[in-house]
Design a protein. Structure first.
Length: 121
């Protein structure tokens, strides 16, 4: 005894075609959603684009890591060097060395004559 007892008609074939289209569409949407954080990170020239892409694929089935990857794709990801943090609270941070200020150069007028001031006698 089989699952289908009678002859197949046009509605049965239409149902099979719809199921095939639905399954293909489901996997297409799944692949598009899984790769979304990685594509966004690459488009925005994110410094950790490969990591975002990997986290998007791994987190696809558990949802929370996928959402984290999506947020991470839009985040700037600034690298902070903790060695340059200021000291203990209340201490003044190190000041950079002062740069010497260049003195302005004396300019001559466009007609080539020099302007001399009269010296007091």
């Amino acid at each position: 005894m089989g699952l289908i007892t009678g002859p197949l008609d046009q509605y049965d074939y239409l149902t099979f075609a719809f199921l095939v289209v639905a399954i293909v569409g489901f996997f297409y949407v799944l692949i598009a959603i899984g790769g979304l954080p990685g594509k966004l990170a690459e488009r925005r020239h994110h410094p950790h684009a490969e990591s975002v892409k990997l986290m998007g694929w791994i987190g696809l089935f558990t949802v929370f890591p996928w959402v984290h990857a999506l947020i991470w794709a839009y985040h700037d990801s600034l690298t902070i060097d903790v060695r340059k943090f200021p000291g203990k609270p209340g201490e003044e941070p190190d000041k950079p060395a002062e740069q010497p200020v260049p003195e302005p150069e004396a300019s001559t007028p466009a007609d080539g004559t020099s302007q001399k001031t009269a010296e007091p006698s």
